[in-house]
Design a protein around this ligand. Sequence first.
Ligand code: ADP
Ligand code: MG
Length: 275
Amino acid sequence: AQASTSPRPLRIIALANQKGGVGKTTTAINLGTALAAIGERVLIIDLDPQGNASTGLGIDRRQRRLSTYDVLAGEAELRQAVLVTAVPRLSVAPSTMDLLGLEMAMASEADRAQRLRRVLAPLAREDVPEHERFTYVLIDCPPSLNLLTLNALAAADAVLVPLQCEFFALEGLSQLLRTVEQVKAALNPRLTIQGIVLTMFDPRNNLSTQVVADVREFMGDKVYETMIPRNVRVSEAPSHGKPVLLYDLKCAGSQAYLRLASEIIQREGRLPAAA
Ligand code: ADP
Ligand code: MG
């Protein structure tokens, strides 16, 4: 067999769920950190005007001179907006409240849903030097099916859906899956479902356990075996500007995100990167 010299492929994953507070941002930060810890080179794109992914990675507002708004509006290059984080191999393109104005600013532009796709295209070019090459882009979407989320779905290879184990989880999921089908038909035929990750799971809560059973029955093996438990360390970490893996590596939340990262690369059939 011939030794392969081709670079590791770039995988673009949108973290989407139109419901707020289900763990999109927490999963972007901590899955990103876990993937970086096993040797992947990860870029988080913060597409939420709230900027929680940026804040949770320790990027304070004064550092966000250029943001995803400037990049999507065509006023800056992506690489000018990208900042390194305290986690080796993990970078972030931060957001600011400016993103709230994007929809209005682009109302008359025919390509407005394809902006992010075009911005990310150069990352996959073969002439990007090895040490600058990202292997994963994780897009943290806002809690709505708006123009920003459409941009993420149009740019992504796959959608990762964080789903909180609560009563209306499946209803919201059906709506999201319909949107994914629409985006597939209109904007991005290669879009797939990467998987569904159950978040804030509490084994002592009967409802939580019932929801898990229903989601697994409805979505089959699209649902990861790894569930992210409700864990206070996970919720404390952002106020320290750190991923939970840096804040408390041994806690149940950190360990779950490491397992999720390894389950994801295994399902993709990727070998772990040499860190
Ligand atoms: P979204 O981005 O979908 O709005 P977040 O990731 O911001 O959701 O999570 C919503 C809230 O729940 C945040 O305060 C976060 O710290 C908390 N949270 C998320 N995941 C967990 C978890 N596994 N255990 C405890 N709290 C969590
Ligand atoms: Mg969020």
